[in-house]
Write a protein that binds this ligand. Structure first.
Ligand code: FES
Length: 135
């Protein structure tokens, strides 16, 4: 499988630990980058890991999104940088192998089975303005 660098992981840096002012997104990014780098060729795609503003999962901090062109997009909540890095790395490996990014909750690793806030399918068809639909 060729590396395309089109795979992205977005981590909310605005999320706060419940009841505190602590914003664990920065710690999560650092730990996730290190873990993904350590996985090496076990993950057959490069993942760009970025801090982003609020992804509307504020009641379930931290939120983490996986996305790639032509693949389903996922948003996970309740992610803790102290306990969930291994699950995030396992899902990166799984996501890299899925041609359309689609998988059921039963197939996701560990905590990600139950912490999915959204799964948005990849577009099946995109029509440009003035494009006639073929029948
Ligand atoms: S502050 Fe992180 S999802 Fe809203």
């Amino acid at each position: 499988m060729s590396r395309t660098n089109s795979h992205k992981i977005s981590v909310c840096i605005s999320c706060k630990h419940k009841g505190t002012a602590c914003q664990p997104g920065y710690e999560l990014i650092a730990k996730l980058r290190e873990a993904i780098d350590s996985a090496g060729d076990a993950i057959p795609e490069d993942f760009e890991i970025s801090g982003v503003a609020c992804m509307a999962g504020c009641d379930r901090p931290c939120t983490v999104g996986y996305h790639s062109s032509r693949k389903a997009t996922y948003l996970f909540g309740d992610i803790d940088p102290d306990t969930d890095i291994e699950d995030l790395v396992s899902f990166a490996r799984q996501y890299a192998h899925l041609h359309d990014g689609w998988c059921s909750s039963f197939d996701r690793p560990g905590k990600l089975k139950k912490s999915t806030l959204a799964r948005v399918p990849a577009s099946l068809i995109t029509l440009e303005p003035n494009t006639e639909r073929m029948q």
